[in-house]
Each structure stands twice: as C-alpha cells, then as structure tokens.
Design a protein around this ligand. Structure first.
Ligand SMILES: *Cc1c(COP(=O)(O)O)cnc(C)c1O
Length: 407
C-alpha cells in the first residue's frame, strides 16, 4: 500500500485567482473560467507548507505524484483517485540527442500519457466538489485519462474528438467507460459543443484550462524534475505545446518551489514547441503579441499539439518570454525523423509530439539558440506504442531452407 494515498491530507490552498486580473475566488466551490473569461490559478499558503514540510521529509516519501500533497488541492484522502501515478524517469538519448539531453518519459504514466497527471487531479477535485457528469473535447489522450479516472470514481463522462483522432484513442476512451463521439471538426469545434451542453446544465465543462485543477496536476512535472535533479533545474526545457497546461504548470511549480526556499531564482529557458502546420503560439511569439489568433486549417501528424486556439495563450507566451526561451515550430518530416532516430539509435520509442521536441532541440542547436554543453530536458508526453508504427513484415517459412546469413 502506498502511504502517500492514505496519509492525512494537509492541503494549504487559500483561494483561486484569475490569471488575468488577479481577482480572488473561493477555493471550495465549483468553478470554470473567471468572470474575465480566463483560467483560474490555485494559490497556497506557501509559508504554511514550508513550516509543515521539509525537503528531507519529502525525500523520505514514496516518489509518486501524491507525495506532493501539500502543494496539491485535494482536501480529503477519500477523494484521492489513483491508478499508480509513478515518477517518470529521465532517459539520456546520447546518440539521437546529445551528451546533455534527457527525455522525461511521460509515457510510463497510467493511460500512457501525461494527461494522467492533469486528469487525476481534476477528477479528484470534481469528486470532492460533487460533480456527477463531465464532458470534454479531446485530441485523444485527455479523453482517455478522463474516462479512466472518472469511471473509477463513478462519474459519467461524455467525450468529443475530431474525426481523425487516432483509432486507439477513441477505443480506449470507450473501453474505459467513456461515451465518445467523433465530430466533423477540430478540437475547438468539439469544445463549442461541450460549452453549449454546459450552458444548458447538462454536464460540467472539463475543457483544457476551463477548470482550475488540471494545471495543478500538470505542475507536478516541474516539482518532480527539480527533485530528480537534486533541487536544481536544467538550462532549457522543450515542451510540446497544445493547450500549454504543462508549460504553464511547470512555470507555476518553479515559483512555488522558490517560495519554499527549495530552489533558487534561476529558471530554465522554456521552449514551447509546435508543429509547423499548427503554430498559433509561435506566430504570436514572433509578432510580439500577448494573445494568439486561431490557426486556420491546422494539420500535423502530432495530433496532441493540434490546438488552433489556446485559452491560456497569454500564460504560455508570458512564461516563454520571462524565461528567455522561444516558441519554435517544426515540420512533420523533422518530427517523424526524430521519432525514428531516437528509436533506432537510442532504443527510446517516442510519440510524435515527443519527437517534435527532439526536432526542435536539433533546430535550436543548429541555430545557436542552445549550446551542446547545456543540460536540456525534452518531454515525451505519451508512449510511442499508441501511434502507428512503420511496417515490419518480413516472414520466414520454417519448413523451407533458411538462409541464416541473410537474417
Ligand atoms: C495533450 C498533449 C500534448 C499537449 O499538452 P498541453 O500541456 O495541453 O500543451 C502534447 N502531446 C500529447 C501526446 C498530448 O496528449
């Protein structure tokens, strides 16, 4: 039994705050966006956390996600839901990446993607706040994680995904108890259906950043990274950016760790990686804008980052700029070459979105944006096993003569 799941909850949440205006909201009621139509951020009594929890005490705990409970929003242990949210390893890729390149392999999480981090938290909070039916638009992995956790706690789920969502994602959502519909549109078109049903009171809207707790789950990537590196951070992070929850969450995590006195003020340069066929954040970054316009005719093999419009655009852009990083776009051929290379040369099978971070790293290296001496972390956000693989169909007739020299 994992002690982190049974320990008394001791959350230090004080309130929620509008990410645009700073307006305060009560922590213990159900919220979607703020009155300004922006994401809400969870705030903690970090002085209280620092007094209650030392780095040594934390180091002595099991390493799963729930070890961070003082910095997470769930108040009561009986609302915690878990499928085993393990700490994900940092895997070096010296041949396809370089001597100082590490992949944080999020494919090891339940449901095979880092969406588990966000959804385990959001579902636990939905349970705590009495939600009984949830709807969500998804490119696949978020819906799968939602279905798994919601089923576990007895919450009904209705999931809408674009027509061309990978078959495996649609089936895993259904297999894990979600009601899933393919929609002839993109993820924001699916989001419009969810919003309409929510306005009619049919369900609670679980769209990316439209409820406050997915960020809190995703921020554990940043907390974990600091702990894994001995309470320091890498020089640069390459993050595949769709809705940007993870990038926003990590940036928040670093501030919270600094407030606890567990890390200093140095920050990694944050690189928001998008596909050339859907790069609204890159376009806004390059134009010096604070918000990103919708990207029309979005297309890329990396479905997880095919997000034409992000409600947290300004938070992504702000974090990237404050960090001294950039938003970078990479083409599908470079993405597929990177996936292929990491698998063939380093034995690590990444998803296309993870491949995008390696492709972006290589581009940044060529452009002199990063130095090969700098320690860099790439995020592989899902297991490569969920995605179509190149054919391998050589057959051998065991009854015939076998040419062993050819094998
Ligand atoms: C959701 C997802 C992303 C994008 O993550 P965000 O934090 O929402 O930007 C990237 N890759 C995969 C595989 C995903 O499922």
């Amino acid at each position: 039994m994992n002690d982190n799941l049974t320990a008394e909850r001791a959350t230090f949440v004080t309130h929620l705050e509008c990410s645009l205006t700073g307006e305060r909201y009560d922590a213990d009621t159900l919220h979607n966006l703020s009155r300004a139509g922006r994401p809400l951020l969870v705030r903690y009594d970090l002085g209280g956390v620092a007094a209650a929890l030392s780095r040594d005490a934390l180091d002595a705990r099991g390493t799963d996600l729930w070890r961070w409970r003082e910095l997470l929003p769930v108040r009561h242990t009986n609302n915690v839901v878990s499928l085993g949210e393990v700490e994900t390893p940092l895997i070096p890729i010296p041949k396809s990446g370089g001597a100082n390149v590490w992949v944080k392999d999020e494919g090891r999480l339940p449901t095979g993607s880092f969406k588990a981090r966000g959804l385990v938290m959001a579902v636990a909070m939905a349970k705590e706040l009495g939600v009984t039916r949830i709807a969500m638009p998804t490119n696949g992995n978020a819906g799968a994680a939602l279905a798994a956790y919601a089923t576990r706690v007895g919450i009904e789920t209705i999931v809408f995904c674009p027509d061309d969502t990978p078959e495996v994602n649609v089936r895993e959502i259904a297999a894990q108890g979600g009601r899933v519909w393919r929609v002839n549109g993109l993820i924001d078109d699916c989001g419009a259906i969810v919003a309409k049903g929510a306005a009619e009171g049919r369900w609670f809207d679980f769209s990316t950043l439209k409820e406050p707790y997915r960020i809190e789950g995703k921020k554990t990537m940043g907390l974990e990274l600091a702990a894994q590196l001995g309470w320091r951070l890498p020089r640069a992070i390459f993050y595949p950016t769709g809705g940007g929850t993870g990038l926003i969450g990590m940036w928040k995590a670093f501030d919270e760790l600094e407030a606890l006195g567990w890390i200093g003020s140095e920050r990694p340069r944050m690189y928001a990686v998008q596909a050339a066929g859907c790069a609204p954040i890159v376009r806004a970054f390059e134009a010096g804008e604070e918000h990103a316009e919708r990207w029309e005719d979005a297309h890329t093999v990396a479905a997880g980052i095919r997000v034409p419009r992000a409600v947290g655009d300004f938070l992504i852009l702000r974090a990237v700029r404050e960090s001294g990083g950039k938003a970078l776009a990479v083409g599908d051929p470079a993405i597929l070459a990177a996936v292929d290379d990491a698998a063939r040369r380093d034995g690590l099978l990444m998803c296309p979105e993870g491949g995008a971070t390696l492709a972006a790293y290589r581009q940044a290296l060529r452009d002199g944006e990063v130095d090969e001496d700098e320690e860099v972390v790439l995020f592989n956000c899902a297991t490569g096993l969920k995605y179509p693989l190149p054919a391998a169909d050589q057959r051998l007739d065991r009854h015939g003569a076998i040419d062993f020299d050819r094998l």
